[in-house]
Ligand binder design. Sequence first.
Ligand SMILES: [Ca+2]
Ligand SMILES: [Ca+2]
Length: 349
Amino acid sequence: MTITTMFTKTLLIYFIVFLLSDYAYGQRDKKFFRTDYNYIETTQGFYKIHTLQQTWADAKRVCALEGASLFYAENRDEANAVISWWKTVQPNVAWAFVGISDIITESVFETIDGRLVSEVYNQWQRGEPNDLNGDEDCVHLNLSGDLNDYRCDGESYFICKKSLASLEWDSHCNMPKSGYTFSEDLSKCYKLHTTPLNWMDAHTVCRTEQTYLAMVSNQLEAEYLANVTESASSRRIEGDYVKGIFHAGFHNRLHENWQTVRGTPIPSDASLWWDNHVPTEDDREQCGSMFYTGSLNIVNCATKSLFICEREVVTLAKRRSLLTIGLQQVSPQRTVLCVSHTSDSRDPH
Ligand SMILES: [Ca+2]
Ligand SMILES: [Ca+2]
């Protein structure tokens, strides 16, 4: 066996290990959740401080949309570790909502997952909790490590947390598991959202999930999305919203003519559009929608409807074919370059 053959075989083993390790173990071994979360080794958790102030309920909802939950410290060690990190990354944030409240029953402070505050980190500020004006049910934490009960409708910074142990990776969609369905034909993952929202809020939800409002780019995708929407129409979701349409990933909100949410031109194929009408600057509405049939249309942005989020993925089959091409066509050194390139999009660091 020549040195070159041995080297090639070694590389081949490396490729297989690379493919399998990524596929079978996901990102837990890589200690990666999302690019906007920091991992703290001593607590085995991922954290994010939100610097846009929200009510407690919205803070809780945003953390959930990110695939995490509103943080509370399990114990003093975790409180110390998080506060120490907080001081280095956001020292100007003095208070942050945490996942503890007495909303259900006055004076019974519980975590968002139903544990009594006595079971977790519970160092109250002196004289707290005091339920000031009978109107303080939500808890926030300060940089000194003290808790205080505060108005739930007051706006505050907040911290989200995802424990490493709870991280489940969706290998097909290459993202934390969050209810997305993979379509191999389209190399995309889709999720139907059945809480009706206006177009802007729907866009926000997809972006928070690190995806985009779904956009039809060809006939195959139109048919696929029509099938997805069929499941919604058969479920007869109640609520005050426009039935029969979904928000779609295009708009004219910048008044720079119609574009997709990725900033690319909308498809010009008239057959994709309802009544063969490709929207123009003259159209009064400014947001994109899609009929349950999959054909595209435009809508008033304030209209509430269901929506679908999407994410493009580099499929395992595609990666395999890239690797095969790499192995067949080039020298070992160049093959390594090819692998590095294909793995770029997955590597958090
Ligand atoms: Ca209270
Ligand atoms: Ca208080």
